[in-house]
Design a binder for this molecule. Sequence first.
Ligand code: UTP
Length: 294
Amino acid sequence: MKEVKKAVIPVAGFGTRFLPATKATPKEMMPIVDKPIIQYIVEEAVASGIETIIFVTGRHKRAIEDHFDYSPELEYSLMKSGKEEYVEIIRQISDMADFVFIRQKEQLGLGHAVLTAEPLVGDEPFAVLLGDELIINEEKPGISQLIEVYQKFGKSVLGTTEVSKEETNKYGIVDGNLIEEGIRLVNYLVEKPDPSEAPSTSAIIGRYILTPNIFESLKKTPFGKGGELQLTDALMNLRGKEAIYSKDIEGVRHDTGNKLGYIKAIIDFALEREDTRDFVKDLILQKADQLKGS
Ligand code: UTP
């Protein structure tokens, strides 16, 4: 069985929910305290054994390329001003993996973004990590949990979590038979179903291991919801040819693609970090008192 060594990270979306911040800056570069969201995602992939990161980018995404490149001028300037500790921090970002970039010329959906990466993936299983979902699990990074299931069955694996019935219209929803704790053999998939039609509350949360057969399925899949080529629809087609599994991912999840999820992620991280914890805790308590009084 081929090992999973490549990860596709689609970052070509417009990020309209964060306008005007995303007019010229990728939403994936927005920081959680002082580290861009995309760096957390790359770190998760690298900690799971991924060696090559394939970014599917679009216009206005140059900052992502620069972030994962060397920055000799900055390093020189930091050395000169005695801030050596930062030199190591910024250099190790570029040394984490091999980074390759391909442009999605038109934003035709997540499925189309994955298909764009085909020439760089080739005939290998690969991981997909969405550029706006953070999954924090220090012991077992999110995507490594899916790789483990792939190693057992040799088929595609979708990362899932339970959501409330009302939220099913925000996710790809999976129906399947439980075969082991947290692992299902998928029967049916549907993109953003109305709660009244959702077959389950098991939602795909931006982590996938895919076999290369997904590319043929994507090519045969018609444009679906929102006029976009939906990865979920292509997976449903693939399901007719080979088994697909889902795995409930263990860890703390942050959907940083919307404002409220982003704010929550910053507060959670700031409360975890030693250098920010006390300040943020006091601030929250102070604000809570003020709000009680008002
Ligand atoms: P989203 O729909 O959440 O991201 O796509 P978006 O389009 O950037 O955000 P909004 O809805 O306009 O605020 C999920 C992921 O898929 C990528 C996005 O960059 C994001 O990481 N994507 C989406 C692409 O790469 N290409 C596409 O055509 C669509």
